[in-house]
Write a protein that binds this ligand. Structure first.
Ligand SMILES: *Cc1c(COP(=O)(O)O)cnc(C)c1O
Length: 405
C-alpha cells in the first residue's frame, strides 16, 4: 500500500476511520455502486484527466494564483498572509472544480441529466454552468424559502437553462430539497446522475469531491514555494461541508509540519441554533447518508443552524473532516458573524478583494492568529469565493466603515 494519505483514505467501503460509509435506502444501492465503479474506472484514465485539465485551463481559469496580502499583513503585524484565489474561478468560487468533473463523469456514464439540491443556490449555479457547457439537462431542487431569499441565483440557474424545482414540504429549506432531489433521482437513475455539492453524502461522494477539489492544494503547494521557497506554517479554510478545506488540505496533508485549520461559523454565539459549528459542538450521528459529527436537536434530528455565510450553515460536516479532526491532523478554529463582516471589509479596503462571507471566516481567523505569530512565519488562506453575491446584504445590515483600517 502507498504511504500517501490520499491513496490510503477512505477504505474501500468509504470509511475514514469510523466516519463516512453509505447509509442509503436499498433502492439507491445499485445506482451508487454504479457511480463508484465508474469513478474508479475513469479516475486514472488519461482521457478523463486530459479533458478535466483542458476545461480547467481553457474554461474555468485555472490555475488560480496565490496573492500575497501585503497590506493586510502589515495591518495585522505578524505572520505573512497569502491567499489562494479560488474567487477567480469562473462563477466566482471553488464549486466549479467538482461540478465540471461530476458532469464529465455523468457524460462518461451516458447520462442525459444531472440532478442536485441547492441551499443558497451556489452549487445549483455551478452545476447548471457545467451542465450547459457539456450539453446535459440540469434539474435543481430548492426549498421555497430559499427560492425567495436567493432570487438572483434562481434567475441565474434558469438563464443557464436549468429546471428549478421548488420544494414546499416541511421547513422548505435545504433538508427538504435534499429529500426531494433524492426522490427524483430514484425515479430516474438510469437517465440521470446525482451531483453532490460538497465532501458530504454517501460514499463515493466525499472521496470523489475531495479528489476533484485537490487541484487547489496541489497547485497551491507549488505556487507557495515560488513565493517563499518553503511550505506555509498554517493553511486555513472555512468549513461548511468541507470541500474547499479538503481541497487545499490535500496538497499539504502528508507534510506534517504544516498546520491545517478548518474554520467553523460561530454565527451569533454558542447556543444551539445560533451557529453551525458542527465539529466544535456536535456529536456522532448519521444524516444525509453518512456517519459524521453533527448538531442534533433534543430528538436526535439535525438541529437548526445559522451563519451569516449561507454556504456554510450545514448541521454536519464531511466525514473526512471529522476523521482528521479526531486524529489531530487538523484543528478547528471559530469565527463569528461580526469577525467575518470585519474581515469582509478589511480585505476589500486593504487588498481590493471583496470576499464571499464564507471565505471571510477564514480570512478573519488568519488575521487573528497572524498577530500571535512571528514575522517570518506564513499563513495560506483558501479564499473560496468572491463576495458579489453578498454585497447588498452586507451593506444593508452592516454599514461601510469609514475608518480606513
Ligand atoms: C459553498 C461554499 C462554501 C462552503 O462549502 P465547502 O464545501 O465547505 O467548501 C465556502 N465558500 C464558498 C464561496 C462557497 O460557495
Amino acid at each position: 500500500m502507498s504511504d500517501s494519505y490520499l491513496d490510503a483514505h477512505p477504505d474501500e467501503n468509504g470509511f475514514f476511520g469510523k466516519f463516512g460509509g453509505s447509509f442509503i435506502p436499498p433502492m439507491l444501492e445499485v445506482p451508487f455502486a454504479e457511480i463508484t465503479k465508474a469513478y474508479n474506472d475513469i479516475k486514472n484514465s488519461p482521457e478523463f484527466i486530459e479533458e478535466l485539465k483542458y476545461v480547467r485551463k481553457h474554461f474555468q481559469g485555472r490555475p488560480t494564483p496565490i496573492s500575497f496580502a501585503k497590506n493586510l499583513t502589515e495591518h495585522c503585524g505578524g505572520a505573512k498572509i497569502y491567499l489562494k484565489r479560488e474567487d477567480l474561478n469562473h462563477t466566482g468560487a471553488h464549486k466549479l472544480n467538482h461540478c465540471m468533473a461530476e458532469v464529465i463523469l455523468a457524460k462518461h456514464l451516458g447520462k442525459k441529466k444531472v440532478i442536485a439540491e441547492t441551499g443558497a443556490g451556489q452549487h445549483g449555479v455551478a452545476l447548471a454552468t457545467a451542465a450547459a457547457y457539456f450539453g446535459l439537462e440540469c434539474e435543481i431542487h430548492m426549498g421555497e424559502v430559499d427560492v425567495e431569499k436567493e432570487h438572483p441565483n434562481v434567475v441565474r440557474m434558469k438563464i443557464l437553462g436549468a429546471k428549478v424545482v421548488t420544494v414546499t414540504d416541511g421547513l422548505k429549506t435545504l433538508k427538504e430539497a435534499v429529500d426531494s432531489a433524492f426522490g427524483a433521482y430514484i425515479q430516474e437513475y438510469e437517465e440521470a446522475i446525482y451531483c453532490i455539492g460538497s465532501v458530504v453524502g454517501p460514499h463515493p461522494f466525499p472521496m470523489m469531491v475531495r479528489d476533484f477539489q485537490s487541484v487547489v492544494g496541489f497547485e497551491a503547494k507549488e505556487q507557495f514555494k515560488e513565493h517563499e521557497n518553503k511550505l506555509p506554517d498554517s493553511v486555513v479554510a472555512c468549513v461548511g461541508g468541507g470541500s474547499n478545506a479538503m481541497g487545499i488540505f490535500a496538497g499539504f496533508i502528508d507534510d506534517k509540519e504544516v498546520g491545517l485549520v478548518g474554520v467553523e461559523p460561530l454565527g451569533r454565539g454558542s447556543k444551539l441554533g445560533d451557529h453551525a459549528a458542527s465539529l466544535t459542538y456536535g456529536e456522532e450521528g448519521v444524516m444525509h447518508g453518512f456517519n459524521s459529527i453533527m448538531l442534533k436537536d433534543k430528538d436526535g434530528e439535525p438541529a437548526p443552524v445559522y451563519s451569516i455565510g449561507s454556504g456554510i450553515d450545514y448541521p454536519s460536516v464531511g466525514p473526512e473532516q471529522a476523521y482528521l479532526n479526531e486524529t489531530g491532523r487538523t484543528t478547528v478554529g471559530l469565527c463569528d458573524d461580526k469577525e467575518a463582516v470585519n474581515a469582509f471589509y478589511a480585505l476589500s479596503q486593504l487588498e481590493g478583494i471583496i470576499p464571499a462571507l464564507e471565505s471571510a471566516h477564514a480570512v478573519a481567523y488568519a488575521m487573528k492568529i497572524a498577530k500571535t505569530m512571528d514575522k517570518d512565519q506564513t499563513i495560506l488562506v483558501n479564499l473560496s469565493g468572491r463576495g458579489d453575491k453578498d454585497i447588498d446584504f452586507v451593506v444593508d445590515n452592516h454599514p461601510i466603515p469609514n475608518a480606513k483600517f
